[in-house]
Write a protein that binds this ligand. Sequence first.
Ligand code: FES
Length: 63
Amino acid sequence: MEKNSLLKVKVVPNAPLLVEGTVELILSDGTTVVKENPHLCRCGASGNKPYCDGSHTKIGFRG
Ligand code: FES
């Protein structure tokens, strides 16, 4: 994986963080996964953290 590629992260109102590009995520258990364009939860309600599972709409997340 190229280490110096520029990634974009879009902050969209009332929504997850939209990452544009391929990223290597290091999870809380130390495992790594490679994902393309992941949507990362920022509301805290996802049942599939660190990814968004759509729960932000159910809880009325505003941010
Ligand atoms: S931002 Fe979508 S579940 Fe948290």
